[in-house]
Design a protein around this ligand. Structure first.
Ligand code: CUA
Length: 318
């Protein structure tokens, strides 16, 4: 079947084949029902000489086949879709991370080296790309029909989406969740370019790397006033924090991942680190999602402080 949209990602062909198969199956059942219906309408029309004696009460072979055949068909579709779903939810380890922030009514994108774009997304051909997405305001939905991928973008959490673009060209990027007046205008373009062109495009930017942006914000928002290891105020040291287990005041432990760092910045009172007072100010609505991403990139970049160097070197990183 010829698709209306180009098949431009690794998911496009398997999803289209699945859609075709389900359409064919439903179509075959619908045709079967209508053929029998029309046949009976003609055969048993008023005045026709058809046999109208009572129907046969039981036919085991027919009953078993209409139970077992659909059961096996549904099991097959279940296995097929689970397999496809698992593939959709499992990005390869080497996927290029790209951050996407949705807001009324635009798509803001930040690449690994800090290069930003709006309502536009450059991706390299043939390389897996993993989008880490969040929203500044309401729920949006990231949708690229040509790639057959769609994912809700939700305020207060990170959602992910991955794909490998398989065709060069420009493809529409849509918002598929009603998000206010200009929802219909929240349209962008995904530009699939060769890996060399993508690298060249990245390098053409004078953008400051996210961790570096975060380092400035860390001072600007006053974080360094308390979180600096040399600060007089008792706040957790953030060196080597990323990926570590953190014990909270209620005795539970959490992994310091992106989500934890994000929530600890916007609503610090929810998860207070054991041994510390809940004195950190709330940054919700005082700091936007892009700046939070930069701060997280900065915190990720802080190496574990070695016990061998009590002062000096490490201090300069702030
Ligand atoms: Cu954003 Cu609809």
């Amino acid at each position: 079947m010829t698709p209306l949209h180009p098949e431009a990602s690794n998911f496009a062909v398997p999803i289209d084949r699945m859609f075709d198969a389900m359409l064919a199956l439903c179509g075959a059942v619908a045709v079967g029902v209508f053929v029998v219906m029309i046949w009976f309408c003609v055969k048993y029309r008023r005045g026709s000489p058809a046999n109208r004696e009572g129907r046969q009460s039981q036919n085991l072979a027919v009953e078993l086949s209409w139970t077992i055949i659909p059961f096996l068909l549904f099991c097959g579709i279940f296995g097929w879709s689970i397999n496809l779903w698992t593939m959709l939810r499992t990005p390869p380890a080497d996927a290029v991370p790209i951050y996407v922030i949705a807001k009324q009514w635009m798509w803001k994108v930040q690449h690994t080296n800090g290069r930003r774009e709006i309502d536009n997304l450059h991706v390299p051909l043939g390389k897996p790309v993993r989008l880490i997405m969040t929203s500044q305001d309401v729920i949006h939905s990231f949708y690229v029909p040509a790639f057959r991928v769609k994912q809700d973008v939700v305020p207060g959490r990170y959602t992910a989406l991955w794909f490998t673009a398989t065709r060069l060209g420009d493809y529409p990027l849509l918002c598929s969740e009603y998000c206010g007046t200009n929802h219909a205008a929240m349209i962008g373009t995904v530009e699939v370019v060769t890996p060399a062109a993508y690298q060249k495009w990245l390098n053409a930017s004078t953008a400051i790397p996210p961790a570096e942006q975060g380092r400035h914000l860390f001072v600007q928002f006053g974080c360094s006033g308390c979180h600096d290891p040399h600060s007089g105020i008792h706040a957790p040291d953030l060196h080597g924090l990323y990926g570590r287990q953190v014990t909270l005041s209620d005795g539970s432990t959490v992994t310091a991942n992106d989500r934890y760092l994000h929530d600890s910045i916007v609503l610090p009172a929810i998860q207070v680190v054991q041994g510390y007072a809940p004195i950190m100010p709330v940054y919700q609505s005082r700091i936007d999602e892009e700046d939070i991403l930069s701060l997280i990139a900065y915190i990720k970049s802080l190496p574990p402080q070695s016990e061998a160097s009590p002062t000096g070197g490490a201090h300069e990183q702030h």
